[in-house]
Write a protein that binds this ligand. Structure first.
Ligand code: HAM
Length: 424
């Protein structure tokens, strides 16, 4: 029989497994904790939704919708898409379940995988993980500042330092259309190539984000949205900055910021990390007044963010920092003989019932191999039991940091281990 070839994960889909998965979980849970502290409740969203939801919500002209969606027909020919982002799905769930008929703002938090058919490179995946929040139904600059501060607090709590918060205002209905025309007028006078000219027609703002030096030079004097905000949009933005100052959240205003999704209005922001190379965005978000109405709901405002968990893990690595979810065990049992094994299996169950994280050496390994297992497990203590100790009613408690071992009465194991761990 010929050997079948082995399998590989799909391109751009990272695996997380121990011990490094502890870091992934710690980052994800740390970011969720920051959202919980500010009153955001959990929402569990479908992994796939009606394709039209994303087309209409995220915008047909965006790369995400036009090039990166994982779209498929179900068995009856209905088109679904693996979620490329979370905001449109949250809006759909809020509208469908009338969450917006209760107290406002509706504050929700989600975590999980998202899917974009991207050109894979370091920090840019096809299955990416985000923690996101959305606050819907109140147009208050203090809420913008809260959302931004939640992300900032999450990053800081993880120990991240080498990043900056960039923000700007993209204006609203009362000033963006006029600014768009002004910008197009400016761009159409430039000697742009065909494709860039087309981009200027569809989404002129994106031309300001062009990385080519010659385009950068040509657009250096382009009019900027931030200088053409309506009075109310400007007042909103100034207040956001004031609240951020009050909370001690540092920021830089970047009037040339361009986001990859179409729904943004007014406050828009990005967290940029210096240690990540080209894929430096560790999180981003903004206000999206108008999105809910566009998706068939009430005319309610909203603001939120999505933080890239994968990239935050990479950012911590770039800073030489580690976080852990404490998933290693406290105690590792080493049975030496069949009778000892009977006892240790039962003891492990008792220790776990007492909330003590416990693992065992399985497969009848000898003392040396089992002790190696104990060291690798990351446990603080080993419980070493031979058949002779069982008859004596004793068990060895070994401190894996100092190497010291003492004998304790078998019947007192759970209490003594708990006391030893508490003494840490
Ligand atoms: P986004 O900027 O497209 O926004 O994505 C948010 C974050 O997800 C990015 O800053 C980045 O860290 C991470 N990310 C995006 N694409 C990839 C990828 N291919 N590989 C690895 N990480 C990636 C949104 O998705 C909006 N829904 C955020 C939002 C919520 N705005 C308002 N509410």
């Amino acid at each position: 029989m010929t050997k079948t070839s082995s399998f590989q994960a799909p391109k751009g889909v990272p695996d997380y497994f121990p011990p490094n998965s502890a870091e992934f979980v710690a980052v994800r849970d740390g970011l969720i904790r920051a959202a919980r502290l500010a009153g955001y409740g959990h929402i569990e969203l479908p992994i796939f939704e009606d394709t039209a939801l994303f087309a209409r919500g995220v915008g047909e002209s965006t790369d995400v919708v036009s090039k990166e969606m994982w779209t498929f027909d179900d068995r009856k020919g209905k088109s679904y898409t693996l979620r490329p982002e979370g905001t449109a799905g949250v809006m759909r769930a809020v509208i469908e379940n009338s969450l917006d008929r209760g107290q406002l703002p509706v504050k929700l938090c989600y975590a999980g995988p998202f899917f974009r058919y991207e050109n894979v490179q370091a920090g840019r995946y096809r299955q990416l993980q985000q923690v996101g929040v959305e606050a819907i139904g109140v147009d208050d600059p203090a809420l913008d500042a809260e959302v931004i501060a939640v992300a900032d607090t999450g990053f800081r709590a993880l120990g991240l330092t080498d990043y900056r918060l960039e923000l700007t205002s993209l204006g609203d209905d009362t000033c963006r259309p006029q600014y768009r025309e002004l910008l197009q007028e400016f761009l159409f006078k430039l000697p742009l190539d065909e494709e860039t000219r087309r981009r200027a027609q569809i989404n002129p703002l994106r031309v300001l984000d062009d990385k080519r030096p010659e385009v950068k030079e040509m657009t250096a004097d382009a009019p900027l949205m931030i200088d053409h905000l309506s009075e109310s949009a400007k007042a909103h933005f100034d207040q956001v900055l004031g609240f951020l100052d009050g909370m001690g959240v540092p920021y830089v205003v970047n009037p040339r910021m361009v986001r990859g999704l179409d729904y943004y209005t007014k406050t828009t922001f990005e967290f940029v990390h210096d240690g990540l190379g080209a894929q430096s965005g560790i999180g981003g978000g903004g206000r999206y007044d108008g999105l809910m109405e566009k998706l068939g709901g009430q005319a309610l405002s909203g603001i939120g963010f999505g933080i890239g968990v994968d990239r935050t893990v990479l950012a911590l690595k770039a800073e030489g920092k580690t976080v852990t979810d404490g998933s290693s065990v406290d105690v590792y049992g080493v049975p030496l003989g069949e009778v000892a094994k009977q006892h240790l299996v039962a003891l492990a169950a008792q220790l776990r019932a007492a909330g003590i994280r416990t693992d065992l050496a399985y497969g009848g390994r000898g003392l040396k191999g089992a002790m190696k297992g104990a060291d690798r497990s990351g446990a603080r203590f080993a419980l070493v039991l031979g058949d002779r100790e069982v008859t004596e009613g004793q068990i060895g408690l070994k401190d894996l940091r100092t190497g010291e071992q003492r004998s304790i009465p078998l019947t007192e194991t759970v209490a003594q281990v708990a006391a030893a761990l508490a003494a840490e």
